[in-house]
Design a protein around this ligand. Structure first.
Ligand SMILES: CCCC/C=C/CC(=O)SCCNC(=O)CCNC(=O)[C@H](O)C(C)(C)COP(=O)(O)OP(=O)(O)OC[C@H]1O[C@@H](n2cnc3c(N)ncnc32)[C@H](O)[C@@H]1OP(=O)(O)O
Length: 288
């Protein structure tokens, strides 16, 4: 059923633009990802870790493998999206951060950094089709893409300070590069989550779509403009724009990981994570 829905969407995406369509499953078996591509070589990468695409090490390492694969096969574009019409991704998995061994937290954090480097530095154009809430790690994934299209009535942002740990420098830089220094400082120090409309106003997203299908149409329009741009020129220009952050993460990545592991392991942060998780469960209980 899920595959049928994806294929129907792709058909709409490509046929509507009078481009012949040939969806095929990308090579590789993924537990939490669906990867389809068309004969134009655009890959639709759909996160499908129910219920809310929580980013555990396994999902992140699948994303990392796909990015390597798309790079090797010289794909001409990528859309990152979610199977859910309510949540894009709920961020890093608390279960791998709460009462976890340092090695578990280390794997989680190094894998997201690996994804950040590959996605932010990808040679092909990337679009996030944000079909639902995108807090924290979900927001980070979308920030690594070149263009963000978000469906109405959801929230996006980096709320990590609310969990008692500081936002890592590379993530601060991602936010600054997107919404500017002043807006980033205000948002990050307060852990602000933006509504779709607010996110557009501040530049955190590029377009609003009324639903998933129209978000895909907009993604298609964004990607189509690059058909007339020589890929190598585009890639080098993107690299120049993104070099500083990529170099920083490559050089200091190990330090960031260790800092993050020791922050998360602090008793106070562990308490806050426990309280946050309990709060989510209570909200759910009360709404049922
Ligand atoms: C170098 C790294 C830099 C980046 C750092 C990132 C740090 C993080 O990403 S920490 C994670 C921060 N995430 C959040 O604060 C979001 C938490 N989740 C939510 O606010 C909500 O789940 C939602 C708004 C995304 C969706 O709400 P909805 O009502 O649809 O679903 P829920 O009932 O809340 O959730 C379903 C289910 O999933 C569990 N869950 C949600 N998020 C997480 C998570 N991040 N880790 C683990 N588990 C999570 C939630 O408890 C529910 O579980 P049960 O069904 O068992 O009750």
């Amino acid at each position: 059923m899920y595959r049928y829905v994806c294929k129907t969407m792709l058909r709409r995406l490509f046929l509507s633009k009078k481009v012949s369509y040939q969806a095929r499953l990308f090579s590789g078996n993924f537990r939490y990802l669906e990867v389809l591509n068309n004969e134009n070589n655009v890959a639709i990468v759909t996160m499908k870790r129910a219920p809310v695409n929580t980013l555990n090490s396994e999902l992140l390492s699948e994303i990392s493998s796909v990015l390597t694969n798309l790079d090797e096969t010289k794909c001409s574009g990528m859309v990152l999206t979610s199977f859910s019409d309510k949540v894009f991704s709920s961020g890093l998995d608390f279960n791998e951060m709460y009462e976890s061994r340092p090695a578990t937290i280390r794997t989680l954090v190094s894998t997201i950094l690996e994804v950040i480097i590959k996605l932010y530095g990808s040679p092909f154009p990337t679009v996030a089709v944000i079909t639902g809430h995108a807090p924290s790690g979900g927001c980070v994934l979308s920030l690594c893409c070149e263009y963000r299209i978000m469906v109405q009535n959801f929230q996006i942002g980096l709320n990590v300070v609310k969990l008692g740990y500081s936002t890592p420098l590379s993530i601060v830089q991602l936010m600054v590069n997107t919404i500017g220094h002043r807006n980033a400082e205000l948002a990050l120090t307060s852990g602000r989550l933006f509504t779709t409309n607010e996110a557009l106003r501040v530049g955190l997203i590029d377009e609003i779509a009324k639903d998933r299908a129209s978000a895909f149409d907009k993604a298609n329009d964004f990607l189509n403009q690059f058909k007339v741009i020589p890929p190598i020129a585009r890639h080098f220009t993107k690299q120049s724009m993104r070099r500083a952050l990529l170099q920083d993460v490559s050089i200091n990545g190990k330090i960031y990981v260790e800092d993050f592991v020791s922050l998360i392991s602090r008793p106070k942060v562990q308490e806050l994570i426990a309280a946050y998780m309990a709060n989510m469960k209570n909200k759910k209980k009360n709404s049922n």
